[in-house]
Design a protein around this ligand. Structure first.
Ligand SMILES: NC(=O)C1=CN([C@@H]2O[C@H](COP(=O)(O)OP(=O)(O)OC[C@H]3O[C@@H](n4cnc5c(N)ncnc54)[C@H](O)[C@@H]3O)[C@@H](O)[C@H]2O)[C@@H](O)CC1
Ligand SMILES: Nc1ncnc2c1ncn2[C@@H]1O[C@H](COP(=O)(O)OP(=O)(O)O)[C@@H](O)[C@H]1O
Ligand SMILES: [K+]
Length: 511
């Protein structure tokens, strides 16, 4: 699913209005009836107190229409107009009048009014600001937002949590609505998925308000949300008359004394995702444990007992996954540098492989084109330098990816794959995966997919999704705390099956 900017969403609105020859007010009515249907189908007339906070723009207009519909269906409502500007939108004004005609009399909140009383049992509708927020909310608005956040009530945000801008981090992190649920119009918003802005969104769902499909499909976006519909077409079916050679020979290079487990995890994941053959290259100390733990994996050893010192390969691997548990030893760094120079095959580079690159940036030019780098945030910072916001981080990563023609996976709750100017935002995974070795599993999986012939970018999009899905399946039986890296591997098979089974749910959890 494409992720559009605010500008593009306004364009889509305009295009819809023009093409369908409807008024903007009719589009607002359509959007708000979707909101109403959502609420009504869940509450079914239950008598709870619904408190609506509506701004004076079109987001507030949506709130006004929703208030009228709730009132008409017998719900108990209290409406506050949050009067932050004299520049009220036309459609807001029109719907304010309609609300009054329906004999609902909103209270007007401004700077000098006391905060309204709220109960934890209320349902609060947050329609103060939408995607039009373009400057910091005034301090009194910030206080109102804090007051709503302190209420412990369920907060349903219209389109986006109020106070959250579309293209930057908030000016004051405490002046943003903490949404229990966001009903967002037509398309998901990038800020739902970034670490510093996604924290305001507990759950979200897209409401289809019928914006111009032609505009939406022909417009290119900087980011795409990766769910099952995006991943399924990437799948490469296994052929009946195939053999192990059809699915590539992966090489996993890594490990050092005390960190052989990382190679075990990566090799096992590589095999479990479907690589035809897997060879692990480790220092001598890793030989016995690897041969014992995973009989399917072949093992080559370095001449050094504890560290990789010189990589000599008696065969030509299809793809190399490198860096996990490798350490920062000088001998290892120069062996890694020599490996980069000697192979043309794509690599998947992780962990200390990335740190060696950061310490020796002259090696970056030798990284084979279309390789995949999988940094967690600290490793990324060492590679591209500090950033002042999530948005700058994305821009810097795009520049890095373009410069070296590599895909970069920014790992996190929503891992984002950057390739040149485009970002792919993953939707699977859970906090149970914040555990030792889950990154090693990802490295092995991406390597194993490339081995099977998935082009590197597709392997990365597919693999990051599958890794998260395997983690979700592991957590569904084990819970977050007991989910560990080896359990993610055990669920790779079920994750493949899951791809072809259940329809994707609309609501996404994001905490
Ligand atoms: N036809 C349309 O354009 C549709 C718009 N919809 C709703 O419209 C919303 C966008 O509406 P608007 O563009 O009116 O914007 P908002 O309702 O988000 O904000 C209202 C106005 O407040 C001003 N403003 C921004 N930051 C401010 C601040 N800190 N203090 C005071 N004033 C500030 C801006 O001029 C802005 O236009 C969407 O989020 C969505 O809810 C929906 O009704 C669907 C159709
Ligand atoms: N809170 C989370 N939600 C979803 N996925 C997560 C979360 N925390 C970590 N992950 C995933 O787990 C993996 C962790 O990788 P990494 O930090 O390199 O671990 P390690 O170095 O221990 O192998 C990444 O793929 C990341 O996206
Ligand atoms: K809102």
């Amino acid at each position: 699913m494409k992720i559009f900017s605010a500008q593009q969403i306004y364009e889509a609105d305009k295009s819809t209005i023009k093409k369908e020859q409807i008024t903007s007010e009719a589009l607002m009515e359509r959007a708000a009836s979707q909101l109403f249907e959502w609420v009504h189908s869940r509450l079914r007339g239950t008598q709870v107190n619904i408190v609506l906070f509506c701004g004076i723009g079109n987001n507030g207009g949506d709130g006004m229409v929703l208030a009228r519909m709730l009132h008409e269906h017998g719900y108990s409502t209290k409406v506050y107009v949050v009067n932050y500007s004299d520049k009220r939108s036309e459609d807001f004004l029109l719907n304010l009048n309609r609300l009054k005609e329906a004999e609902v009399w909103p209270d007007f909140i401004n700077e000098s009014i006391e905060m309204p009383e709220l109960s934890p049992n209320d349902i609060i509708v947050d329609a103060i600001f939408g995607i039009g927020l373009n400057r910091p909310p005034a301090p009194w608005l910030g206080k109102l937002i804090q007051h709503i956040n302190a209420s412990q009530a369920f907060v349903l945000s219209v389109d986006i949590p109020s106070g959250l801008p579309m293209d930057r981090e908030p000016w004051d992190p405490s002046h943003v609505i903490q949404s229990s649920y966001v009903l967002t119009f037509q398309v998901p918003k990038l800020v739902f998925f970034l670490p510093k802005t996604g924290i305001y969104v507990n759950q979200w769902e897209v409401l289809d308000i019928g914006l111009d499909q032609e505009y939406l499909s022909k417009t290119d976006t900087d980011f795409e949300l990766i769910g099952r519909p995006e991943v399924l077409p990437l799948y490469r079916p296994r052929l009946k008359f195939s053999h192990k050679g059809t699915y590539g020979h992966s090489l996993i290079v890594g490990g050092s004394y005390g960190k052989i487990g990382a190679v075990q995890l990566a090799s096992n994941a590589c095999l479990s995702v479907g690589s035809g053959l897997v060879t692990a290259y480790v220092p001598k100390c890793g030989y016995h444990s690897l041969q014992t733990a995973i009989p399917e994996v072949m093992v080559l050893t370095d001449s050094d007992e504890e560290n990789i010192s010189q990589i000599e390969l008696p065969f030509e691997p299809t793809v190399i996954g490198v860096g996990i548990g490798i350490g920062l030893n000088e001998k290892t760094a120069s062996a890694f540098g020599a490996l980069l120079k000697s192979v043309a095959a794509s690599m998947v580079i992780d962990a200390d492989g990335l740190n060696i690159l950061s310490q020796n940036p002259e090696l970056l030019k030798d990284v084979p084109e279309l390789s995949v780098l999988t940094p967690h945030p600290k490793e990324l910072e060492r590679l591209i330098g500090k950033w002042d916001s999530d948005f700058e981080k994305l821009e810097k990563t795009k520049a890095f990816s373009s410069q070296y023609n590599v895909a970069v996976v920014i790992k996190g709750a929503h891992s984002i794959i950057i390739y040149k100017d485009k970002g792919y935002v993953n939707t699977t995974g859970n906090p149970g995966m914040a555990t030792a070795g889950s990154g090693d599993v990802l490295t092995g999986m991406l390597t194993g997919l490339i081995a099977q012939g998935y082009p590197p970018l597709e392997a990365t999009i597919f693999g990051v999704y599958l890794h998260g899905l395997a983690g979700d399946l592991a957590a569904s039986t084990l819970g977050y705390e007991a989910t560990k890296a080896s359990k993610i591997i055990e669920n790779i098979g079920s994750a493949y099956s899951e791809l072809f089974r259940q329809p994707e749910q609309n609501a996404q959890e994001n905490n």
